[in-house]
Ligand binder design. Structure first.
Ligand code: RIB
Ligand code: CA
Length: 311
């Protein structure tokens, strides 16, 4: 059993990652969710998560974090996730509200009270994680690892060389990557290697409650792939969760990774040192390289089947 906090900006793929985690309660104990502005505003992403909790009938505590990056202006992504940040599914109004405590205060309280180390799963911009590490550096030793969806070894998505979660708050990402805490980076390349075929999504069409949510999310989310003529789409944020559950499905390498915070073309880039300098590495990250696509996708559908039987 691993105690985790999921920091997120729901976001279609954020919700799917959360569904996979919810289906593995015996392995992943979700202590709480923290939300951060990214795909949409802080209020919208938080409300999206609360509505999904109401739909599923769960009440894992939700704590709001920062509503803007440390330096950059907020830069939401309606193209990929819609004006609500979770366009597509019709969800009930949220019954619960976010807790009054700020996300980083929840992180602090949780680590102070934890007997064992806690793992952070960060699937949005790293504003909350970065400012927590900056504010409470003495608590870094209570963190087992920070597993992020973010960055890329060779390319970006929102910019030529910058992936959205890092691009959105490079200063926060730099704090996280330079913190000395163990970081596992699920960048674009490994996420793309686990892409789901548009035809595979249809497997969820006539399923139960969780499958219906997945299907309705994907019908909107994969519109971006269809508009680009692709036959598949990456469910980016599911990658860190599936890595924690089934690390054997992944190829990874230990690499030094630096965050570019200046530069006209490369601000937000994860500069991965792909030279073979193993003996010189001081603070290497575990960089996920690729996964077994079929098995990765099966983990998602197995999770949906488990949740359909529960909810
Ligand atoms: O680049 C992909 C990331 O940006 C994912 O976390 C997605 O939810 C968006 O936040
Ligand atoms: Ca996200």
């Amino acid at each position: 059993m691993r105690n985790i906090i999921i920091d997120c900006d729901p976001g279609h793929d954020d919700i799917i990652a959360i569904l996979v985690a919810l289906a593995h309660k015996d392995e992943l104990n979700i202590l709480g969710f923290t939300t951060v502005a990214g795909n949409q505003t802080l209020d919208k992403v938080t409300n999206n998560l609360l509505k999904v909790e109401t739909y599923l009938g769960i009440d894992i505590p939700v704590y709001k974090g920062y509503n803007s990056p440390i330096v950059k202006e907020l830069d939401v992504q309606p193209l990929a996730h819609g004006e609500s940040g979770l366009d597509g599914p019709v969800l009930p109004e949220a019954i619960n509200s976010a807790k009054d405590m700020h996300a980083i205060e929840f992180m602090k309280k949780t680590l102070l009270e934890a007997k064992d180390k806690v793992t952070f799963v960060c699937i949005g911009p790293l504003t909350n994680m970065g400012l927590f590490l900056k504010t409470y550096p003495e608590l870094r030793e209570k963190i087992d690892q920070i597993v992020i969806m973010g960055g890329g070894i060779y390319n970006g998505n929102v910019l030529i060389k910058a992936e959205f979660n890092i691009y959105h708050d490079p200063e926060a990402a730099k704090i996280v990557f330079d913190s000395g805490v163990k970081v596992v980076m699920a960048g674009l390349e490994v996420c793309y290697s686990g892409s789901i075929l548009l035809t595979e999504t249809e497997r969820a069409k006539d399923g139960g409650k969780a499958s219906k949510l997945f299907y309705d999310l994907m019908k909107f989310y994969q519109g971006y792939a269809i508009r680009n003529g692709w036959d598949r789409t990456a469910i980016f944020d599911a990658t860190p969760v599936i890595y924690l559950l089934y690390p054997e499905l992944f190829k990874s390498e230990e690499k030094e990774v630096y965050i570019e915070t200046v530069g006209e073309y490369c601000r937000g880039m994860t500069v991965v040192d792909t030279r073979n300098r193993a003996t010189e590495m001081k603070n290497p990250k575990t960089v996920l390289i690729s996964t077994d696509r079929e098995k990765f996708v099966e983990v998602i559908f197995d999770a949906l089947n488990k949740l359909d039987a529960q909810y």
